[in-house]
Each structure stands twice: as C-alpha cells, then as structure tokens.
Design a protein around this ligand. Structure first.
Ligand SMILES: Cc1cc2nc3c(=O)[nH]c(=O)nc-3n(C[C@H](O)[C@H](O)[C@H](O)COP(=O)(O)O)c2cc1C
Length: 191
C-alpha cells in the first residue's frame, strides 16, 4: 500500500482533541493542500476562515444566535448554562477552519460543481491533517447552513459554509474505520 493510500484509509473523524495549540505552519500546510483540489473552469471557488484562541468566540456567537429560538424559553441560571453550552461548541478544538464555497461569477461555472470542488478541498484538508499528525472532523449540522452562521462569519449570501473543520492533536488512538469494499460498489462495463 502506498503512503497516500495508507493516509486515505487511516484518516478518521476525531471529535475529541487536546487543548494544546497547533502550529500555524501545520494549518497553512492543510490549506495549501486544500487549494490543489480539482475545480472546473479554474474557478478555485474556496476560501477559508481560521479561528483560534478567542477568535473562536465568533463561532460561539453563531451557535448562540442559531439557538436563539430555544433560548427564549429560558431564564436565569438555566439560560446562562445553555448559552455557555452553545459557546463551548466552538471551543471543542484549538483550531476551527470554516470552509467556504465562493461560487465563481464565470457564466460557465455550475454551482453544484463549485460545491463539489470545495468538498474535494475539504478532503485534502482532512487528509493533510492526518498526514501531519493532527486529528480533524468535518462538522456541519443545521447551524452550519443557517443564515446566522453566514452573518457571524461575514459570508456573503451567494456563498456557502460547506463545513466547520475542527482540528487539534488527537486525545485517543485512532479507531479502525469500516467501509463496504469498493468492489461491491462498482459495476464494470467492458467491451
Ligand atoms: C458533509 C459532512 C458533514 C459532516 N458533519 C458531521 C457533523 O456535523 N458531526 C459529526 O460528528 N460528524 C460529521 N461528519 C463526519 C462523519 O460523521 C464521518 O465522516 C463518518 O462518520 C465516517 O467516519 P470517518 O470520517 O472516521 O471515516 C460529516 C461528514 C461529512 C462528509
């Protein structure tokens, strides 16, 4: 098995990471790998917002804003606890990278393909994280796609937050992944 194949198969989504800070250089390596994803018409439709330290409070506020409806029914300690819980979601890892699809204005560009290219860029981020000894998880959920997230991250209306990539040093050993073999997902048409 090649080194690339090993990294692809070994990579796992890891949500529990250490609080230890991550060198900026490693995050830059991840993003540099991301921008080598394939993209149609050379649109390179991605951009990234890296949040570290107290910069993550921007994301915390987005989680609070998203939960505003549920928070309305609470008051006092219960309200404060729930707000703290929402903010804590942004602090689950020392680095959070918001991956943004910024679809090109090129009339040839197809929105679905702009998203596909950005998704491929995220896979490059994840693979590089694993390659350099970091753990990462691609999170979305309803908050990622909600207008409150766009507002908090200053993402334009025509753009999309395709994922929040939580990055840090793994706290636990990686578990083995499980997949249906490719052969079972393949139909060959020959001759
Ligand atoms: C588009 C996308 C969104 C995801 N969102 C979440 C999420 O919100 N929360 C989460 O725990 N995992 C999320 N994941 C990670 C998947 O749960 C994970 O990839 C899957 O369980 C397979 O595990 P593996 O990545 O370790 O192979 C997401 C993955 C993708 C591709």
């Amino acid at each position: 098995m090649s080194e690339l194949q090993r990294v692809i198969k070994e990579r796992r989504s890891i949500g529990r990471v250490k609080a230890d800070s991550v060198p900026k250089e490693l995050i830059e390596q991840m993003i540099e790998a991301a921008v080598w994803a394939p993209n149609h018409h050379g649109t390179e439709p991605w951009r990234f917002i890296v949040m570290t330290g107290e910069g993550r409070c921007v994301l915390g506020q987005a989680y609070v804003d998203f939960a505003a409806g549920a928070l309305q029914a609470l008051e006092g300690d219960e309200l404060q606890e729930r707000i703290a819980k929402e903010i804590a979601k942004a602090y689950r890892s020392p680095v959070v990278i918001a991956a943004i699809c910024s679809p090109s204005a090129n009339p040839k560009a197809v929105r679905a393909e702009e998203l596909a290219a950005t998704h491929a860029a995220v896979q490059n981020l994840l693979l590089t994280a694993h390659d350099v000894g970091l753990a990462a998880i691609w999170r979305t959920g309803d908050p990622a796609y909600h207008p409150t997230m766009k507002a908090a991250l200053e993402v334009a209306e025509h753009e999309e937050v395709v994922g929040l990539i939580f990055v840090g040093y793994p706290e636990l050993a990686l578990h083995a992944g499980k997949r249906v073999p490719g052969a079972e997902k393949t139909r060959w048409i020959e001759e």
